[in-house]
Design a protein around this ligand. Structure first.
Ligand SMILES: [Zn+2]
Ligand SMILES: [Zn+2]
Length: 211
């Protein structure tokens, strides 16, 4: 008896070797093996498969962009699997508190958003057998084991989307904020009341205040 996981077919209870190999890499970077690492690793692999990226760190290293909506464990795994980084301008971090990411093929324009819904937790017991302790470590091990083999349609909601890509990301450009005088690079300024401003001054909210 087998389950279909993406385009591959393998026996229930076994873990795809590609997934296992990537989980080793993502765990090494993240510092521990946790449910979020498994979810993020699978998200990265599924996202790349869906948009046709097979060589993310080689010939296609400039062909992909990923938008990540969580600041938790999956962000590390997605970054490692895809090779996308904030500094490479192909990882856009959105602090939206959702376990979701969107993968864009910059050449074909194909974009896929993958969400791990809360309901994925409801399926865990179908996929784990054996003894797991009731403490925190046991719970983590149970979830890790289940998320490795849970079919895609139970762990993810996958949707084709259209994405407004950031423009002028690579162009060197700088202006001075007319309010605080600080330099704003790469077209991150905004125009408000006819003045060029940084986001801190112009958006009417800031994450810091003068002490
Ligand atoms: Zn973690
Ligand atoms: Zn300013």
């Amino acid at each position: 008896m087998g389950v279909i996981l993406g385009h591959r077919k393998f026996k229930t209870g076994t873990v795809d070797s590609t997934l296992e190999y990537n989980i080793e890499k993502t765990t090494a970077f993240h510092g521990h093996l946790c449910p979020g690492t498994v979810i993020g690793t699978r998200m990265g692999l599924v996202g790349m498969r869906e948009i046709g990226i097979t060589d993310p760190t080689g010939s296609q290293r400039k062909d992909m962009m990923v938008f990540i909506e969580t600041d938790r464990c999956p962000v590390d795994a997605i970054s490692i699997v895809t090779g996308c980084r904030i500094s490479r301008k192909n990882l856009k971090f959105l602090d939206w508190g959702k376990v979701a990411a969107t993968f864009v093929n910059l050449k074909s324009g194909k974009a896929i958003r993958i969400l791990c819904p809360d309901s994925s937790k409801d399926h865990i017991n179908k996929y784990v057998k054996g003894e797991y302790s009731n403490d925190k470590d046991g719970k983590t091990a149970r979830e890790v084991a289940a998320y490795k083999i849970m079919p895609e349609n139970e762990i993810f909601i996958i949707q084709e989307v259209k994405v407004d890509l950031p423009v002028n990301d690579k162009e060197k450009f700088k202006v001075k904020c007319e309010v605080c005088g600080e330099t704003v690079n790469n077209h991150r300024e905004i125009v408000k009341d006819g003045k060029i401003m940084c986001k801190s001054c112009g958006e009417g909210k800031s994450y810091y205040y003068a002490g």
